[in-house]
Design a protein around this ligand. Structure first.
Ligand SMILES: [Zn+2]
Length: 160
């Protein structure tokens, strides 16, 4: 009966799409368009780290929102989003439960299990801990796959 962490793909896509638009044009007009367009994005700020100035800023942080930050243009710009969290945790009793999941914020059924920072493994001899990818940008994380295969040399010894 593990506790798994999920992300809503629909909610997450609005952040990914916004990041793409801000890469093309990081100004306040883009930021305001995105804040108006996506109800789960409350606030956007883009700062030029070399010139130490704010390039774009729109919206108002929500007290229940969370901040996500990304670095773009070879880390010369920092984008901060204040968003409604699209990550949630569910206790899964059987396979069926996972098929019936939906995002508790927007109700979308497209959710994806993510590698959790607080999931537990109840049998350490078979479940090796996996690295936490939650700080990676979504577009990198989407391409990062960590499988369950454990190399022979890393497998725990059953009998000493
Ligand atoms: Zn959602």
């Amino acid at each position: 009966m593990p506790l798994y962490e999920y992300e809503c793909i629909t909610c997450r896509q609005s952040v990914e799409d916004s990041l793409r638009k801000l890469r093309e044009k990081a100004n306040s007009e883009t930021a305001s368009t995105l804040v108006e367009k996506y109800e789960n994005i409350y606030f956007i700020e883009v700062a030029d780290l070399n010139k130490k100035r704010v390039l774009a800023k729109h919206g108002k942080r929500d007290k229940n929102g969370i901040d996500l930050d990304f670095y773009i243009d070879e880390r010369t710009k920092r984008v901060v989003f204040n968003i409604r969290n699209y990550r949630f945790a569910e206790l899964i009793f059987d396979k069926e439960d996972e098929n019936n999941l939906k995002c508790p914020r927007c109700g979308a059924k497209q959710v994806e299990r993510v590698i959790s920072s607080f999931a537990y493994t109840h049998d350490l001899s078979t479940n090796m801990p996996k690295p936490d990818l939650s700080n990676l940008p979504p577009e990198v994380r989407a391409k990062t796959f960590i499988g369950d295969y454990i190399e022979e040399k890393d497998r725990p010894k059953k009998n000493r």
